[in-house]
Ligand binder design. Structure first.
Ligand code: AMP
Length: 222
């Protein structure tokens, strides 16, 4: 049997919409270039904006806050993993989102020079999730995330990184958010048991100052 040397570590960031997965991943990448932030939502939004065939298949479900079909997302992640160069740790944000996707990820890991390091669950109460999502703003150009109260850009409404005007995500409206939280509970929460049974689950308190949360994540990954 061919034994590949491990080149890629996989860290799954688990948590509800608004639990801070993207923000924390962004901070970790800024601090250490060995981290790569892989946001399935960003990959899909990019495909929708570029009108690719995957984008066409994803757009309807995304508008409603439903999940995009497993084969679309699996193909995009597989493609991303195949293109990654050098030794690194992939921070998976938003994938896997179902047990079926977790099994697909197992297969992708088995067929590559990667290993699962941990699934980090960001624990955040529901009322805080709603507040975070309501105030969330994103840069449509570079994907940087902000919040009207807690993560303000230097110049109001303008991205610090690339100077583009910030927007509210189309699926951050109240109705869609409610549905995304329901979908999370029904389809993603079972992953907590899935990774717990493999002794891979690390639970952290996702509330507090961002720097403190980043430190908590770094501690469980050390
Ligand atoms: P996010 O940016 O992670 O909140 O994802 C935004 C939307 O993209 C979700 O509400 C889904 O419609 C879709 N999406 C993102 N990741 C996945 C995934 N792993 N499986 C299915 N749909 C996804």
């Amino acid at each position: 049997m061919l034994i590949l040397e491990i080149r890629m570590k996989i860290v799954i960031l688990l948590g509800a919409p608004g639990s801070g997965k993207g923000t924390i991943a962004g901070r970790l990448v800024a601090q250490d270039s060995a981290f790569r932030h892989v946001s399935s939502g960003d990959l899909l939004r990019d495909a929708v904006n570029r009108h690719t065939p995957f984008g066409h298949r994803a757009e309807g479900a995304m508008k409603l806050g439903e999940l995009v079909s497993d084969d679309v997302i699996a193909e995009m992640i597989k493609d991303y993993m195949a293109r990654v160069e050098g030794e690194c740790t992939l921070l998976l944000d938003g994938f896997p989102r179902t047990v079926v996707q977790a099994k697909i990820l197992d297969q992708l890991i088995e067929c590559s020079d990667a290993e699962l390091q941990a699934a980090v669950l960001m624990d955040v109460a529901d009322e805080i999730l709603f507040n975070r999502i309501a105030g969330r703003r994103v840069c449509p150009q570079c994907g940087a995330g902000y919040h009207v109260e807690t993560i303000r850009p230097v110049k109001d409404g303008i991205c610090d990184v690339c100077g583009t005007e910030l927007v509210t995500r189309k699926d951050d409206n109240t109705e869609t958010v409610k549905n995304r939280l329901t979908v999370y509970r029904e389809q993603t929460v079972p992953l907590i048991d899935f990774y717990s049974e493999r002794d891979a689950l690390m639970r952290i308190d996702g509330v507090g100052a961002i720097d403190d949360i980043v430190e908590r994540v770094k501690q469980v990954l050390a």
